[in-house]
Design a protein around this ligand. Sequence first.
Ligand SMILES: Cc1ncc(COP(=O)(O)O)c(C=O)c1O
Length: 384
Amino acid sequence: MLRVTALSLAELRERSSEKWREYPADVLPLFVAETDFPLAPAITTALQRALDTGDTGYVASRTPLAESFAAFAERRFGWAPDPARMRSTADVSMGIVEILRRVTQPGDRVVVTPPAYPPFYELVSEAGAEVSRVPLRDTGTAWELDLDGIRAAFEDGATAILLCNPHNPTGTVHDRDTLVALAELAEEFGAAVVSDEIHGPLAQPGTGFTPFLDAGDAARRVGYAVVSASKAFNLAGLKCALMVTADDETTAVVRGLPVEVEWRTGQFGLLAAVAAFAEESDEWLDGLLRTLDENRVLLEDILASRLPGARYRIPDAGYLAWIDLSALGWGENPARRILKEAKVALHYGPAFGAEGAGHVRLNFGTSPEIITEAIERIAALVGR
Ligand SMILES: Cc1ncc(COP(=O)(O)O)c(C=O)c1O
């Protein structure tokens, strides 16, 4: 069984990406969604080959990317998307904006379900639309889409929903029935569903991750999925994502996007994504999922013992923990004090919407040592 373990802090500090350059060296960075693991070996090989041959030109118009994602989706999710209905672009954010531009009119409302990945608010406005907020419902043990609230937003004129499947920051894997119901609701109102599935490959086994386009006939007609290898395989800087559709009308929308949208795909991103989606990387991804499973449980254990005021639910997917620190009395945005006094950088809860008051988002895609040290540092603030 392959083990995927994080690099040491000294090695990580050699990196020059946002996670490792935003703050001084005395700060433990657990904010932005980059991970601290080495690359999957097949990716290193593919990129090394490109370096050796100077294969750094434009992405070709015929590449194996769509076929390799289709095969990955079939193996990992039992979903068989059609490679002929996929187009690449630079990243998931760009795919979302370009699709929203086409499926909404200027000033239309697009449903976002807070707490939500902060750039969602900006992506909607970049596309010329406005956000209609329908917060997730907290059942006391989980979060779920508020289908009644979404219906009300559609009745009120919203023309699309930006779905996060699995959801960032809560790590929620929406269940199939909910997605089927959402699709039927969207179809009833002629609304589009843009499903951001960047965290899909990181759904833990047994959580029942359903790609939106595999959630029934209505979903195939109303849905646009935007997928990428970038979160699971830590390739965000290389720039490659795929827009996927499953119906002639939605496919025509994506085919109608300017060719420049596709030209912005990064060559390294594409080469790395093909290697990530290849069968030979499955064992690495399984190893990563095991490590993340251990980390999400470790976090629960140390929060319970060292920071019992924290409220945290183990996420179904990904490496992001949504932690409610309201009980500690550290105000609206506890990450500020934590950064200043504990020297741990977390993502600010309020950036995810009003529901994020008193919350922080912590990235546990790292080593048990770093997670433990971060919580120890934060716990030392209690009563101080
Ligand atoms: C839900 C979600 N969507 C999109 C992104 C950004 O993806 P990209 O860099 O491909 O635009 C992130 C990054 O963390 C994310 O969590």
